[in-house]
Design a protein around this ligand. Sequence first.
Ligand SMILES: Nc1ncnc2c1ncn2[C@@H]1O[C@H](COP(=O)(O)OP(=O)(O)O)[C@@H](O)[C@H]1O
Ligand SMILES: [Mg+2]
Length: 250
Amino acid sequence: MSLFDVQNVSFTYGRGKSALNDVSLRLTAGRNLGIVGESGSGKTTMLRLLLGLTRPSIGEVLLKGERLDPSNKAFMRGFRRQVQAVFQDPYSSLDPRQSVFDIIAEPIRSLKLEGDLKSMIRDALLSVGLDESAGSRYPHEFSGGQRQRIAIARAIVSRPEIILADEVVSALDLSTRVRIVELLKKLSSTVTLVLVSHDISLVALLCHDLVILERGRIVESGPTIEILKNPQHPYTRALLASTPRLPDYV
Ligand SMILES: Nc1ncnc2c1ncn2[C@@H]1O[C@H](COP(=O)(O)OP(=O)(O)O)[C@@H](O)[C@H]1O
Ligand SMILES: [Mg+2]
């Protein structure tokens, strides 16, 4: 089943400068998708389009065949039940004045989901490897890796079908990074992930399919295994050469 369909999307800003140019891609249920490219290649712009935070200048984004329309409130309510996001910087993405409990409760409250809030928060905390007692503490009491776990708990608590993640491990040290990757791998048995990163080896560990972006254009896309085995485009080969090859891909 197709979850997201991006159809010939371009995004221009300023005087006709283009962050994305005629991009088409598909997110299939159960197949994690990696969007890879150097800094400035348009990855975050692509995620913002998938989240309905920006609109395409040209083209369409569809969720399960329905056009993503940020001005359609009824559609967006349904959309937020299905799609959640985790952002790059675990320091700016969590409100420092809110307890961890309230941060994680936010999607449940704003979506007015039924059920026992306390047990939902506890389950979310436990499934990201945090203790239930974390709920009464505040973001500044946690390390970067723990904060990213809190952000992931907030993204999974409402049981979405899709999680969009933008460079979620870039700000973390190597050992923390490995543990967050393991956590994402575990979660991807129940949600479909879209992972954005400049690090192709990392994304390859978690994603079944890859899209390679260079200056706003897709230069290559397809199953991860095929791209790693036989990269077609020089840009893809350069990305592979610039990061250590990790053998254990999906
Ligand atoms: N609204 C905007 N205003 C100005 N520049 C933008 C805007 N949106 C994107 N860009 C530019 O588009 C390019 C792609 O940005 P981005 O999607 O953030 O890339 P990435 O996440 O791959 O680093 C960058 O050069 C960025 O500065
Ligand atoms: Mg970015």
